[in-house]
Design a protein around this ligand. Structure first.
Ligand SMILES: NC(=O)c1ccc[n+]([C@@H]2O[C@H](COP(=O)([O-])OP(=O)(O)OC[C@H]3O[C@@H](n4cnc5c(N)ncnc54)[C@H](OP(=O)(O)O)[C@@H]3O)[C@@H](O)[C@H]2O)c1
Length: 256
């Protein structure tokens, strides 16, 4: 299935995880503006502005995605009650800049539970509750940080690399009526990236990111990656021989 725009979608109901801030919140607001019903999932509703949470087309689902048992039951219930969801944007994720000499296993567990395993949990529930012949759109939020190993990314990068491979794997199965999208942003200004103490090249706003995603999600193509030229630089890094690649990362990601 390849639609040209959101106008062709019959059921305008979207399920977005990570809805309380950053890119997820901006996506919720964009979909609401376009007249969609939005089911937004996160842990903390207090981060969502009143104008969004009071919108009659917005429903908030509170759950901690790293708590699998609770999330399974809550999300299964949401899916059973909302069989008309046509778009799933699996966006929730955590980011901590961990390096080899300061990471710990607890953070590794938290990162992989939230960023990777919760995606499998939701995908299983999508499989159980929805018919893939009914033109579903499924978007998985990865990152250009998943393309290849980066400094201070020993947890986050591998979690996002797993999602790239996961989305590729689903796409490679050729589910005819499934619009599967892999989203790989570069740096976006959100609460998550506030912790970065290095210069973030080509940083864009969350609203800009949401706008690019919304404009591309129902169009042809598998990957939605931005901003240009950062995404191209990162893609170039992907194909560089390791020796040159590590010179490049040293130059590009040195501290401020
Ligand atoms: N910002 C960037 O530069 C960038 C670049 C590439 C990819 N990304 C990806 O884009 C996604 C959104 O990131 P962001 O920058 O917008 O970060 P953000 O502002 O920190 O938003 C993260 C969202 O995920 C939710 N979340 C985190 N842990 C959760 C949990 N255990 N259970 C339920 N919800 C949880 C948060 O809500 P609560 O805290 O309320 O639960 C929040 O709504 C992430 O997957 C991130 O990896 C971001």
């Amino acid at each position: 299935m390849q639609k040209n725009s959101s106008k062709n979608i019959q059921n305008k109901k979207v399920f977005i995880t990570g809805a309380s801030s950053g890119i997820g919140l901006a996506l919720c607001e964009r979909y609401l503006k376009e007249g969609w019903k939005v089911i937004g999932l996160a842990r903390d509703i207090s981060k969502i502005p009143n104008s969004t949470k009071d919108n009659e087309n917005f429903e908030f689902i509170k759950t901690d995605l790293s708590n699998f048992e609770t999330s399974r039951s809550i999300i299964d219930d949401v899916f059973k009650k909302n069989k008309d969801i046509s778009t799933f944007i699996l966006n929730a994720g955590i980011y901590t800049p961990d390096s080899f000499n300061n990471f710990n296993f607890r953070n590794a567990e938290k990162t992989f539970s939230t960023n990777v395993l919760s995606i499998y949990l939701i995908l299983e529930l999508v499989n159980l509750n929805f018919d893939f012949n009914s033109n579903l759109t499924l978007a998985i939020m990865s990152s250009t940080a998943g393309y290849k190993g980066l400094p201070r990314s020993v947890l986050y990068g591998p979690s996002k690399a797993a999602l790239i491979n996961l989305a590729e794997s689903i796409k490679s199965e050729n589910h005819e009526n499934l619009n599967i999208k892999l989203i790989c942003p570069g740096f976006v200004k959100t609460p998550a990236t506030k912790v970065n103490d290095f210069k973030m090249p080509y940083l864009i706003s969350a609203n800009r990111a949401a706008s690019i995603i919304f404009d591309k999600i129902y169009k042809k193509g598998f990957e939605i990656t931005f901003p240009f030229p950062f995404n191209s630089i990162m893609k170039f890094g992907k194909i560089l021989p390791y020796k040159l690649y590590f010179k490049f990362t040293k130059k590009k990601f040195s501290k401020k």
